[in-house]
Design a protein around this ligand. Structure first.
Ligand code: GDP
Ligand code: MN
Length: 389
């Protein structure tokens, strides 16, 4: 689960990380009121969407005077923001963050993540902040300093000094870094985060550190014990179909192609998508209906696949290991009968009672194409979806 910048900053400040003064608002009137409350005559207006790269896409505006503040807020609120990190439809801007201007001497990068190879919470920092850290990592990896935190010993002063030295901070600024890093380390643990990023962390003109941007990703598997954070979820920023699928425990990810896929098991789903592409087709989605496939789940899965009007054909690929193929076949028949499916459905079943299952599908009188193998299924579905793309 992702949070908005304003939410991330609010959490960071609770853990002692300095942030600029500011307020998140949802209307132009509130934006003006927030600016008046903050004082001064120059502010920053920032679109609140679940995607980075807003700066380059016009989602971060420095404004001078209330008239241009109003203009900036009007140009963002109610619009959709497309950035290099969002999909082409963009994300709705329902809130903007109005902040005081910061006096930037230097933009740094500071991130915390779980390094899977060392299995440790790891801090990454770079003096080349403000831009794509992926690019820095790829082109000039020597500009990135990392330290891995020992879970038993906790964060150590020498590790903070190592990062501070890597960032070129003097003794004074290192004191701020101590606060920022110990705070982020606690935040990461206490909130069950999977990624925390401050890009840029700025060194101000008077040599202090301030988090100018903030990003927090939470570990979905730990949300059950973070009820207060679940409240911060903004479903307007999530793919509607993915959200609906999530509610039925279906793992669905929307993709660009025209062949809907319904598979049990993530590995089999990946293999199915690979084979569709190998045969010249393009999957419209990834969908793992999970182990205990029931007629109800199959029905929900069909509805979600079919709500994507790009879908020209559906491939159902089920391996009946725990569930019986005849039960799955009955479920598919029931759903196809009930839901007036207009596109061809190719079914590949394998496993327990497969012969009975196939027979049921063939005898159903419905336009269900049964396949003998995964290879056969992929070829058939690509053909009925309109051939190679
Ligand atoms: P992102 O592009 O979505 O990552 O948005 P950021 O919050 O990182 O903002 C992008 C850039 O806008 C930053 O790297 C800064 O250069 C600039 N920016 C943001 N806030 C301020 C501010 O208060 N003062 C100044 N001078 N620049 C700012
Ligand atoms: Mn940023």
């Amino acid at each position: 689960m992702n949070l908005h910048e304003y939410q991330a900053k609010q959490l960071m400040v609770e853990f002692g990380v300095p942030i600029p003064r500011g307020r998140a608002v949802s209307s132009v009137e509130e934006a003006i009121a927030a600016a008046n409350e903050l004082g001064g005559s120059r502010w920053v207006v920032k679109a609140q969407v679940h995607a980075g790269g807003r700066g380059k896409a016009g989602g971060v505006k420095l404004v001078d005077g209330l008239a241009s503040l109003q203009q900036a807020a009007e140009s963002m609120l109610g619009q959709r923001m497309v950035t290099g990190q969002s999909d082409p439809q963009g994300l709705p801007i329902n809130k903007v963050l109005v902040e005081e201007i910061s006096d930037i001497q230097q933009e740094l990068y500071l991130g915390v993540l779980v390094d899977r190879s060392t299995r440790r919470v790891t801090f990454m920092a770079s003096a080349a902040g403000g831009m794509d850290i992926e690019q820095v990592a790829a082109e000039t990896p020597e500009k990135i300093v990392t330290v891995a935190i020992d879970p038993a010993a906790g964060i150590q002063a020498y590790q903070i000094r190592k990062i501070g030295f890597g960032l070129g901070l003097d003794k004074e600024a290192q004191k701020d870094l101590y606060r920022v890093m110990t705070g982020l380390n606690r935040l990461f643990d206490d909130l069950d985060a999977s990624l925390v990023e401050i890009n840029p962390l700025v060194l101000t003109g008077d040599n202090h550190l301030v988090a100018l941007d903030g990003k927090i990703n939470l570990d979905d598997n730990a949300l059950y014990r973070q009820p207060a954070l679940v409240e911060l979820r903004d479903v307007s920023q999530e793919n509607e179909k993915e959200h609906e699928a999530h509610q039925y425990d279906l793992n669905y990810i929307a993709l660009d192609g025209n062949i809907g896929c319904m598979v049990n098991g993530a590995g089999l789903a990946m293999a199915t998508m690979d084979l569709i592409q190998l045969k010249g087709g393009m999957p419209a989605n990834f969908l793992d209906v999970g182990g205990g496939t029931t007629a109800e789940r199959v029905s929900k899965a069909f509805n979600i696949i079919l709500s994507d009007d790009k879908v020209k054909a559906i491939l159902v690929n089920i391996f009946g290991g725990i569930v019986r193929c005849d039960l799955i076949a009955e479920g598919i028949i029931q759903v196809v009968k009930e839901s007036d499916i207009q596109v061809p459905v190719v079914v590949r079943l394998e496993g327990t009672n497969v012969e009975t299952g196939r027979q049921l599908l063939d005898d159903s009188g419905l336009s269900i194409i049964t396949a003998n193998s995964l290879n056969d299924a992929a070829e058939q579905v690509v053909a009925v979806a309109g051939g190679k793309q």
